[in-house]
Design a protein around this ligand. Structure first.
Ligand SMILES: [Zn+2]
Ligand SMILES: [Zn+2]
Length: 374
């Protein structure tokens, strides 16, 4: 017999249902009957980006994971944008999110566990009082209790949420003489889009995509989701390296949150951006490829010595990878500190170049071998 389900949370149900009806029914009807202009679309994009980036750069990468430090002004902006996105206070959000990382995929300890299915991880977890016992438990966020802006936002969250969600659209409505249109587009439609794109990170980003760096949890890397979520779609990387301010690590990865954090560091709004050593990233990637190859070889009728050879080649690849990244770091440090004489620096450069060639060649060979099986 199934256990009794927790009571429904009617306030949340009201918010999600009303924003859905206003966004998908009332807004199109209003667009047909009254017409909408470019100003509606432009402000929709601005408000959507502002709210989503406040969640990704603020709630997520700053407050939940401390991947960088931000100035007070930026934290105030994120706190306001977070209230505008109506996803609870930064303190509450971060507490849930830290539990999600710590107990990922655990049926009861992960507040939005993907192991309970798409619907539960997307929004089902917010429709019933599943986390009643731990709702006000912020023990895992002692550090955030020292952040005055987080505390201020937590205390006045309801007032800030009302002021932003009604205030911004109504103000725009007064400016453009269309209060109903702006309320529907910048208020309801923006909220609906902002909610569901963020929720995709808990649902789809744990179902759809590649396990590039680890298969110890359900998180996936997915470029299409990254596009919808301001870069958070590289969720497999993020679950393994949660202290990194980036989610998309390659330059061609679409990660506007990373660009925002980096861009702000040039004007002094952010600092101490944390990155994972490249060696660890490459090692994790290669380890996953090896594991996939082993699994595939297991199902194929091939000479067992092949698996052994792949393993040996992997060991030697990791060794030359380690030497290469080590020499890269040495070179960077000595350039920075300017302690070496010019001929010593030349020797170091020469050695680094040799190790790089060796590593790249070995990597290429190994990749072409492994790709046949992974
Ligand atoms: Zn996270
Ligand atoms: Zn996750």
């Amino acid at each position: 017999m199934s256990a009794k389900r927790p009571p429904l949370l009617w306030f949340n149900i009201f918010i999600f249902t009303s924003s859905l009806l206003l966004a998908l029914v009332a807004t199109p009807l209003y667009a047909v009957s009254h017409g909408l202009g470019w100003e509606h679309l432009i402000w929709l994009l601005i408000a959507f980006s502002f709210t989503n980036l406040s969640i990704t750069a603020g709630y997520h990468r700053l407050w939940s994971h401390k991947t960088y430090q931000a100035s007070s002004i930026l934290r105030v902006i994120f706190a306001i944008g977070g209230a505008f996105s109506l996803q609870n206070s930064a303190l509450h959000w971060s507490s849930d999110h830290r539990d999600h990382h710590k107990h990922v995929d655990h049926d009861s300890k992960d507040p939005y566990s993907a192991s309970r299915g798409f619907w539960y991880s997307h929004m089902g977890w917010m429709l019933r009082d599943y986390n009643h016992e731990t709702y006000f438990d912020y023990k895992n966020c002692r550090d955030l209790k020292k952040d005055k802006i987080v505390q201020w936002q937590h205390k006045y969250y309801a007032a800030l949420a009302i002021a932003t969600n009604f205030g911004f659209p109504i103000l725009l409505g007064i400016i453009y003489s269309d209060i109903v249109g702006m309320f529907l587009v910048v208020g309801a439609l923006r909220l609906f889009l902002s909610h569901h794109t963020t929720f995709f990170i808990n649902s789809l980003a744990h179902i759809w995509g590649k396990q590039t760096f680890t298969n110890k949890n359900s998180a996936r890397d997915n470029g299409a989701l990254a596009f919808l979520t301001f870069g958070e779609g590289y969720h497999n990387f993020h679950h393994l390296f949660e202290n990194d301010y980036r989610n998309g690590i390659d330059w061609w990865h679409y990660d506007p949150t990373k660009w925002l954090i980096k861009g702000c560091s040039w004007i002094g709004l952010t600092e101490k951006l944390r990155v994972t050593p490249q060696f660890k990233i490459e090692k994790a990637r290669a380890t996953m490829l090896l594991q996939n190859a082993h699994q595939k070889l297991h199902t194929m009728d091939v000479n067992p010595s092949l698996a052994h050879k792949l393993e040996q080649d992997f060991e030697s690849l990791i060794e030359s990878m380690h030497d290469y990244y080590d020499s890269k770091m040495q070179l960077l440090q000595s350039k920075k500190q300017q302690i070496l004489k010019s001929h010593e620096l030349e020797l170091l450069k020469h050695r680094h170049h040799r190790l790089k060639e060796q590593f790249k060649y070995q990597q290429q060979m190994w990749m072409s071998d492994i790709k046949r099986y992974a």
